[in-house]
Design a protein around this ligand. Structure first.
Ligand code: NAD
Length: 362
């Protein structure tokens, strides 16, 4: 099993090193090769996604990605900015399904802005379509209006569109994921107003016929935004388009209170995937050894589960993370009174210790 390891910038290098350490103790036949990406690649090779890095990612079974970006690159032309690397990888690898679990660990319920009873035990999976919708639809641009409320005025426009195959493939990802979890899919749309999302709803309903063991409910996006903060535990798998998913996945992430805990996966049609933490490169804390590596370690667990078909190994990592939290170890972002503050490396070491059956000092 070949893994392309792309640490990137800022805390990316620190947190990916911990995930690699964890993968190495699992005694699996993993072949890991590292390459530069993002700002680090721009500085070393003149481009955020050099050909050699892209080729490595294409040849690998899965990609483990840290984070890219630093304010010092903000003045570069857009095509050379670090963030273009992640967009390029999504495009070249055909990564159309973004999976973001929002899981609230019992020990961290206080970190949520919601009441503990609403989020304790929360375990939902947001699946966002990643390559279509109004973000990519053509035509788009600025022009002089010929009709509408102000003919002759300057206006801007984008195009919302989804084709049948785009909706079908993301619906299959959602129903298959639900089969491995709580067997319920909530498809989020705005079918009451938008033609595109009436079509979305119709196609998801058709695909559902192939998954009679999974329950399907449809929900308008405005209601979904409300239900996510009112009764988030009612959801299991949520599937939606690119724009609604962009917004709802961040809302769901904050239910858990700690961005340093949240993994993510972006999958292609064959379940090959790019796995990364949901957060960015955190330049404000880079190099200080205080970043929380757990989102990246949990991304490695997702990689084992979804792409490399090693569910037991994924379970071992996830149980180790629970054990470390139960022992009271906390990086500063999740620290509270009565727990023990540790750095990035110490947190990674503790997960390794838990996997290898050693006692963790709380
Ligand atoms: P960010 O996610 O990097 O940081 C937001 C806040 O969360 C910061 O205070 C940071 O210290 C904290 N934080 C993030 N991850 C943490 C962790 N693991 N442990 C502890 N604290 C953590 O978002 P930002 O500050 O808006 O962006 C910084 C850079 O990252 C920008 O250049 C942005 O473009 C880039 N970015 C990259 C990705 C990606 O690589 N996929 C995603 C988002 C942002």
């Amino acid at each position: 099993m070949k893994i392309a390891v792309l640490p990137g910038d800022g805390i990316g290098t620190e947190i990916v090193a911990e995930a690699v350490k964890v993968l190495n103790v699992l005694e699996l036949p993993l072949e890991m090769e590292e390459a530069v990406v993002g700002g680090a690649a721009y500085e070393a090779k003149g481009h955020p996604l050099p050909d050699a890095t892209l080729q490595l990612a294409k040849d690998a079974d899965a990609v483990l990605f840290g984070a890219v970006g630093d304010w010092k690159f903000d003045k570069l032309e857009r095509a050379l900015r670090p963030e273009q690397a992640i967009l390029g990888l999504r495009k070249h690898l055909g990564l159309f399904a973004n999976l973001r679990p929002a899981l609230c660990y019992e020990q961290l319920t206080h970190a949520s802005s919601l009441k503990p009873e609403l989020v304790a035990g929360l375990d939902i999976l947001i699946i966002r379509e990643l390559t279509g919708d109004i973000y990519f639809g053509q035509p788009r641009g600025r022009r002089t209006a010929v009709d509408g409320h102000f003919p002759g005025a300057e206006e801007a426009f984008d195009t919302m569109r989804y084709s049948r195959p785009e909706i079908e493939r993301i619906a299959h990802v959602a129903f298959q994921a639900a089969r491995r979890r709580g067997k319920k899919v909530t498809s989020v749309d705005k079918a009451n107003v938008l033609e595109t999302f009436q079509f979305w709803k119709d196609v998801v309903t058709e695909v559902h016929a192939q998954y009679p063991d999974v329950e399907l409910e449809h929900m308008y996006v405005d209601n979904a935004a409300m239900q996510l903060v009112k009764a988030p535990k009612k959801f299991d798998v949520v599937v939606t388009g690119n724009m609604f998913g962009d917004i709802l996945s961040d809302e769901a992430a904050m239910l858990t209170g700690s961005i340093g805990m949240l993994p993510s996966a972006s999958l292609d049609a064959n379940n090959k995937g790019l796995y990364e933490p949901s957060h960015g490169s955190a330049p404000d804390i880079a190099g200080k050894g205080v970043a929380n590596p757990l989102a990246t370690i949990l991304s490695a667990a997702m990689m084992l589960r979804y792409t490399l078909a090693q569910p037991e190994a994924a379970d071992r990592i996830e149980s180790a993370v629970r054990a470390v939290l139960a022992a009271g170890l906390r990086t500063p972002d999740i620290y509270s009174d009565g727990t023990r503050k540790v750095g990035t490396r110490e947190m990674g070491d503790a997960v390794v210790a838990a996997i290898t059956g050693k006692t963790i000092k709380g």
